[in-house]
Design a protein. Structure first.
Length: 144
């Protein structure tokens, strides 16, 4: 494993980000992924975290600062992605440690996330990182 670094990404990193988000969303066109990513950057409470091996972006995660009654100020992360080519080699653990350190430094009391029900590998990973299941995430598509 080469030297790793962590930084906040911006719109300027869009093409690098979309290469990784495409791995998580293989059926979604790149243009749609990039459009949605740009829309996320518009929110003041949004952060895009990047994890690098040398100069190569190998991990990305969205993060949203919110306040919830049950947890106070929190960082809610989603779309946590480590490049498929290097998964299961410790990068995810290091990336999560960096995200959690950033959250602490920014006065967050918790880090929370959603993961797909069918993604058993991620469940095992998050349990190993000390995360607990608190409930279910529901979604309803609104008719336009």
């Amino acid at each position: 494993m080469k030297e790793n670094s962590f930084k906040i990404l911006t719109e300027k990193d869009l093409s690098k980000i979309s290469k990784l988000t495409k791995q998580l969303n293989p059926d979604m066109p790149i243009a749609q992924l990039e459009n949605r990513q740009l829309r996320m950057f518009e929110f003041a409470n949004y952060k895009c975290f990047g994890f690098f091996e040398g100069t190569k972006l190998v991990g990305v995660s969205s993060g949203w600062i919110t306040v919830k009654l049950y947890s106070d100020k929190q960082l809610e992360i989603d779309n946590v992605i480590i490049d498929n080519a290097i998964q299961s080699k410790g990068y995810g653990k290091k990336f999560m440690q960096e995200i959690e350190a950033w959250a602490k430094a920014n006065d967050c009391k918790t880090v929370e996330l959603n993961t797909y029900v069918q993604n058993g590998r991620s469940h095992k990973f998050y349990f190993n990182q000390g995360y607990d299941i608190l409930g279910f995430h529901f979604q309803k598509h609104l008719k336009t």
